[in-house]
Write a protein that binds this ligand. Structure first.
Ligand code: TEU
Length: 522
């Protein structure tokens, strides 16, 4: 049983293929690059890889604009290579999770092209006449998640809905062909040996068919968290169950009861814990977030997940290094001051905290190297979020920079013969894998060691231990204890054996300094 439900306590590594490793030297990461780094991932000790979309795509949103789910983008490789990769990873004990984007497709998807040509495929999207005497205004007042109106006019004067970029037309989930197609896509990838599926923007696909204007506070919302979704995910679950597959939903919802509805036993197995990711570096707030997370998951029997960052948010060491520790998707301005040494120290402590908690842990590529958010020169930014915000938002490219593998090769060993698709910062050789791999004190050394030791915490629930204000201390299985000090003075430790220290040393009298964490065993 425990073997079967591997996902309840897994460590899952997110691969953003474009920026992971460049196998063919053309400036873009690819499947050959991932295959060449499988030994690295095995040594890190991860249980599964989640691949951000690797399908055929014009890459207007880094692949979250899918033109064909049954083909790999040629810049990444081929379907045969993806199958090899899935099999090779599995031989190393690593499972594969693919990313499905039900809310929308690319405007180059055959359905949307046929819709543009006036075919009945129009019904697969939300196409409406505009308002105003000549239909010159959008059908309603919805705005895109990337900024600006959520509607774009077609050549014939009608408008189509896109909650993200105009190149990402929203699908009409009231249409049976949309449901059928996605069920077929799930089978297609489960048949190819994937162990799980991440569901992109999982709370957004269903829309109020009347497409009414947005009214603050009105329930149900016209497009967020609508009841129709649960029926869709229930039928997806029956398919996953046939293959022993697992779902992880990207469910951004502030209300924990609404969130937990997606985790009922016949719906999604897991969902990302963004409340934890967005929690400031504050002991009381973190403890509350942890307690609420565990309390909302327990009744539905779903494991919690712990996430520190992903391809959409500011890198952890940069976030924690800000003096205003509040969460902010992006800096909203270039060059917000950051104390990277402080941020790195806290990120190390946060890793030990997260890995000691009951549930699954997600690592976003480069997190294990302690990469900070990169400043991208404005003329190199590709993220539509930057453009749709009118340039006020730097967008998400700063966390999507190619990984540094070697301090001795061009482009930090990313593998490119010429400048990669996003520039690597000058000093990133110091973060390179070859520099960290031999150093147990490095961020990579810490992640490797922590993942190795983590099983000491077992499957038992957490018990909070008495601790001074600003200190988090809890125990789990067999006397395994985690202490995190967020107070501004050192804190006493129980007289246990030290297993792992996030940042050392302890004070001469054996106390745990500020902004570090330790794992102990009684
Ligand atoms: O993100 C969904 C989502 O909620 C975003 O709007 C998020 O709020 C935004 O990225 C701000 O950081 C998913 C993917 O993770 C993201 O990369 C895609 O751009 C988006 O869906 C559209 O597919």
């Amino acid at each position: 049983h425990a073997q079967k439900e591997w996902w309840r306590s897994a460590v899952i590594y997110q691969v953003y293929v474009r920026s992971f490793a460049d196998g063919d030297g053309d400036g873009t990461g690819d499947l050959a690059g991932v295959r060449s780094k499988l030994p690295y991932l095995a040594e890190l000790g991860v249980d599964a890889l989640w691949f951000s979309p690797w399908y055929l795509s014009p890459m207007k949103d880094g692949g979250y604009d899918v033109a064909d789910y049954r083909a790999i983008d040629p810049s990444f490789g081929t379907l045969a290579e993806a199958e090899k990769l899935i099999a090779e990873a599995r031989e190393l004990g690593i499972r594969t999770i693919v990313d499905i984007v039900p809310n929308h497709v690319s405007d180059r998807h055959p359905w949307f092209r046929a819709a543009l040509a006036g075919g009945p495929e129009r019904e697969l999207f939300h196409v409406r006449p505009g308002r105003g005497a000549h239909g010159e205004r959008p059908p309603n007042d919805w705005t895109s998640q990337f900024g600006g109106p959520a509607w774009t006019q077609l050549p014939d004067g009608d408008w189509y809905l896109h909650l993200f970029a105009p190149e990402q037309p929203d699908l009409n989930w009231a249409h049976p062909a949309v449901r059928q197609e996605h069920e077929d896509i799930l089978r297609f990838w489960f048949e190819r040996g994937v162990a799980g599926v991440r569901i992109d923007s999982a709370a957004l696909p269903a829309k109020d068919p009347a497409l009414p204007d947005f009214v603050e506070g009105r329930d149900p919302h016209p497009y967020v968290d609508r009841d129709e979704l649960h029926d869709i995910y229930r039928s997806w679950r029956t398919i996953a169950d046939e293959y022993d597959g697992v779902f992880v939903g990207e469910v951004w919802l502030p209300d924990s009861e609404r969130f937990a509805r997606y985790l009922r036993p016949d719906e999604l197995h897991t969902a990302f814990n963004f409340a934890f990711m967005t929690c400031p570096w504050d002991a009381d707030r973190l403890r509350t977030s942890i307690d609420e997370t565990l309390a909302e998951h327990a009744p539905v029997g779903a494991p919690a997940t712990w996430v520190l960052c992903n391809h959409d948010v500011t890198r952890t060491v940069t976030r924690y290094g800000r003096t205003d520790t509040g969460f902010d998707f992006t800096t909203k301005a270039f060059g917000t001051p950051t104390d990277l040494a402080l941020g790195t120290r806290r990120a190390r402590a946060a890793a030990l905290l997260s890995l000691a908690l009951p549930g699954a842990f997600y690592i976003y590529q480069g997190e294990e190297l302690g990469l900070p958010e990169a400043d991208i020169p404005r003329d190199r930014i590709e993220d539509p979020m930057h453009f749709r915000s009118g340039g006020t938002d730097p967008g998400r490219d700063g966390c999507r920079v190619p990984l540094p593998w070697s301090s001795r090769e061009p482009y930090a060993g990313f593998g490119s013969r010429e400048e990669p698709w996003l520039p690597l910062p000058e000093d990133w050789a110091s973060y390179a894998v070859d520099r960290q791999a031999q150093n147990p004190g490095s961020m990579l050394g810490l992640y490797r060691m922590a993942i190795t030791i983590r099983p000491v915490f077992g499957d038992e629930p957490l018990t909070w231990l008495t601790a001074p204000s600003g200190v988090l201390a809890f125990s789990r299985a067999k006397g395994a204890v985690c202490v995190v000090n967020l107070a501004d003075t050192p804190t006493d430790l129980p007289p246990h054996t030290q297993l792992l220290l996030a940042s050392g040393p302890l004070t001469p009298d054996g106390r745990l300094p500020q902004d570090t964490a330790v794992w102990l065993r009684a």
